[in-house]
Write a protein that binds this ligand. Structure first.
Ligand SMILES: Cc1cc2nc3c(=O)[nH]c(=O)nc-3n(C[C@H](O)[C@H](O)[C@H](O)COP(=O)(O)OP(=O)(O)OC[C@H]3O[C@@H](n4cnc5c(N)ncnc54)[C@H](O)[C@@H]3O)c2cc1C
Length: 319
């Protein structure tokens, strides 16, 4: 039997580990933190490619992940649901700036362009579609249970170098997100700080998303018992304490696209550091004869959105 160590237990590490263990590998996850102490636990988390490249691979990974998440909807314990909602395009955004989004949304179910009279003020186009939303506290627990049920083991261990894992195993998969900046001395990695609010859901049933707002992606994501409002996009910022001005801006922006939020009560505020990179690093190297090291990190604002597509590629490389 082939052995593998997956370093990291966020959504990227867990999905990779599940693909490997369910394909017959004997797999251990080595990780510094478990959910809910990972960046993945902070995510909204809606299927939508945001702040991530390269566009052609992102489209392929995103489409594969859409299909994989859709299959989980039947299992209530997964925390994944399909939700109808609208992606908005503000007036004045040039057509070419929306080309990537048009490619991503091609796979979405129930896709249709809305008549402008149904859009909030300031928007020229709107696309109704159905996309998967994962309630991360539930979803990450579900992934952990699924991994362990298939025979995988999780070991809490902080690595000062990936060499420790390479010494121990023939195949290592690096899914350490932003920490790859130090572990791989990767200067292309940078934190992209994001802040979100958790508010009472009220009667909100539909998501609303504006990816083109210069102040940061703006979104309203209803979950089972609450609603996530976002967000901010601060490249290079690493402050983990929530910013009050950002909280007010998020609330105001979200209320302008979802009027039911005018009186919304804030339940909590969270900050996470997206693992930003010029392009996702998903490739295989041979650190020494007989040893394989696969990197799978740098998913920016789209770790959930690309998770299963990337995990499929990890499995192909490991084989
Ligand atoms: C506010 C916010 C909202 C977001 N919303 C969305 C969304 O709606 N949709 C979406 O697709 N994405 C969203 N994202 C992006 C998404 O959260 C990330 O892309 C994703 O979490 C990256 O996952 P990961 O597994 O690579 O990293 P992480 O979740 O950070 O996991 C890294 C793992 O590596 C481990 N590790 C690190 N260093 C070491 C070490 N030295 N030794 C051992 N283990 C180590 C950590 O403990 C952790 O377990 C959002 C992000 C933020 C911040």
């Amino acid at each position: 039997m082939k052995h593998a160590i997956v370093v990291g237990c966020g959504v990227v590490g867990l999905s990779s580990a599940i693909r490997l263990v369910e394909a017959g590998f004997e797999v251990e996850i080595w990780t510094r933190d478990l959910p809910p102490r990972t960046t993945s636990s902070v995510a909204g988390a809606i299927w939508y490619p945001y702040k991530v490249a390269p566009a052609d691979k992102v489209a392929r990974w995103a489409h594969a992940t859409y299909a994989a998440l859709e299959k989980l909807v039947g299992d209530e314990s997964s925390g994944v649901v399909m939700r109808l909602g609208t992606e908005l395009v503000p007036a004045g955004v040039p057509e070419r700036a929306t080309a990537a989004a048009a490619e991503y949304r091609r796979c979405a179910r129930s896709l249709r362009e809305l008549h402008p009279e149904f859009l909030p003020p300031g928007f020229s186009r709107g696309f109704e579609m159905q996309v998967p939303i994962a309630e991360m506290p539930l979803y990450l627990e579900y992934l952990l249970r699924r991994f362990e049920r298939a025979g995988g083991r999780v070991i809490e261990r902080t690595l000062d170098t990936l060499e420790r894992a390479v010494e121990a195993c023939e195949c290592v998969v690096n899914c350490t997100g932003l920490a790859s900046r130090e572990l791989c001395n990767d200067r292309e990695m940078k934190a992209v700080r994001g802040q979100i609010l958790r508010v009472e859901r009220g009667a909100i049933e539909r998501f609303v998303l504006d990816d083109f707002d210069a102040r940061g992606v703006t979104y309203v994501i209803p979950r089972s018992k609450d609603c996530i409002l976002g967000g901010t996009t601060d490249e290079g910022a690493e402050e983990l304490v929530p910013d009050e001005a950002a909280t007010r801006s998020i609330l105001a922006r979200c209320a302008s696209i979802e009027p039911q939020l005018q009186q919304a009560r804030i339940l909590s505020v969270a900050v996470g550091l997206r693992p930003g990179r010029s392009a996702v690093r998903l490739e295989k190297s041979t650190p020494r004869p007989g040893r394989t090291l696969i990197h799978n990190y740098g998913h920016g604002g789209a770790g959930l959105t690309l998770s299963w597509g990337c995990a499929d590629d990890v499995l192909a490389l490991a084989r």
